[in-house]
Design a protein around this ligand. Structure first.
Ligand code: MG
Length: 350
């Protein structure tokens, strides 16, 4: 069918442009009980007194977010839960209940769907979540949509918007591994398609990065540790798209800039090894790779001092103004964007 030339291709808007367009149609959600609407990792609304509910939805689509050739169904089930729990953790809240929508093409079999739910079950056990409903339908591609409701005391909720100049910028865990894993899996898929049954993938060597890609872990453990210590960052987001994009969300929402130090990023030796093998800049993997599902947060020196140094890595600080910059090991200061970070050679994952 010929396309009407007055219509706008989606790519012209991009994800965030589309969200803005939809907000104009829906209007800004409001109400006394609504604490956070569309602009954060999850929406937050008050139940009664100091208790709030937190709600988020995330979708995984075959061919866009995963490839069944290299993604076992059990891992897909675990990942679908983990990425949603990660958004609840990014509000400093506890996940409680999940619903799962599944779009199933004809070439998915009952045993595979059971495997998927084994993965769901394992992740739910890990995070303390219960599946309470959902829907299944026929679909052209395997599609997974998970909604999770969490809860917290209103006073514990942390938004993207609370960072102030002078705050330390910190991350949990290791960065760039998930993207390194994706690159390894894509390479293995290519070889599998080329060599067919003769192909014996060298999984052991890449176990760590493949695991980072296929079964990411939401950092609910860190959020629980903060609650136990009585600490709370000023601003918080989970690293789904990579620091390059997610740090910008914190800075835009908070009205501040940032300067981070490339040397300070925590990168696993396995990720270094894959980057070297691929001829990629490991810093670019860590900054722009995405899907690490670690937490990025801004907190005062004092709060950081009360956090566990094992899971809190200082990578920079918030600044006045709006520039988001990265300090290179040679002292050079570059804008934190694909064009600014000159060594960037990796493609986007999303
Ligand atoms: Mg998020």
């Amino acid at each position: 069918m010929p396309r009407d030339s007055s219509l706008t291709p989606l790519r012209q808007y991009g994800e965030f442009g589309l969200i803005d367009a939809l907000r104009r149609i829906l209007g800004e959600p409001s109400g006394d009980e609504l604490l956070t609407g569309i602009s954060d990792d999850a929406a937050v609304y008050r139940i009664e007194g100091d208790r709030v509910h937190v709600i988020t939805t995330d979708m995984l689509v075959e061919g866009v977010h995963f490839d069944r050739l290299v993604m076992p169904m059990e891992y897909l089930g675990s990942k679908a839960i983990a990425v949603n729990v990660s958004d609840i953790a990014a509000m400093n809240a506890e996940p409680r209940y999940a619903t799962i929508g599944l779009g199933l093409p004809e070439n998915v079999f009952v045993e595979q769907i059971e495997e998927f739910y084994q993965g769901v079950r394992k992740a739910c056990d890990l995070y303390g979540v219960q599946v309470v409903g959902g829907d299944t339908t026929a679909a052209a591609r395997l599609t997974v949509s998970v909604t999770i409701v969490g809860e917290a005391a209103a006073s514990r909720i942390v938004h993207r918007r609370g960072a102030v100049p002078g705050d330390l910028l910190c991350t949990t865990g290791e960065l760039g591994g998930a993207y390194a894993g994706l690159r390894v899996l894509l390479e293995q898929r290519r070889e599998l398609q080329e060599k067919g049954e003769d192909f014996a993938p060298d999984i052991d060597k890449y176990r760590y990065v493949i695991q980072r890609q296929l079964v990411p872990r939401a950092r609910l453990d860190v959020v629980r540790d903060w609650a136990a210590r009585g600490v709370r960052p000023h601003a918080l987001i989970d690293l789904s798209d990579g620091i390059g994009s997610d740090l910008r969300h914190i800075c835009l929402a908070s009205g501040c800039g940032a300067e981070l130090h490339l040397d300070a990023l925590t990168i696993a030796p396995e990720t270094y090894a894959v980057a070297e093998e691929l001829g990629e800049d490991v810093g670019a993997l860590a900054l722009f790779g995405g899907e690490d599902y670690e937490l990025l947060f801004a907190a005062s020196h004092e709060e950081v001092g009360h956090m566990d140094s094992e899971t809190c890595h200082v990578i920079g600080r918030c600044t006045t103004g709006t520039d988001v910059m990265v300090r290179m090991p040679n002292g050079e200061l570059l804008p934190l964007e694909r064009g600014g970070y000159e060594h960037f050679g990796a493609g986007n994952t999303s």
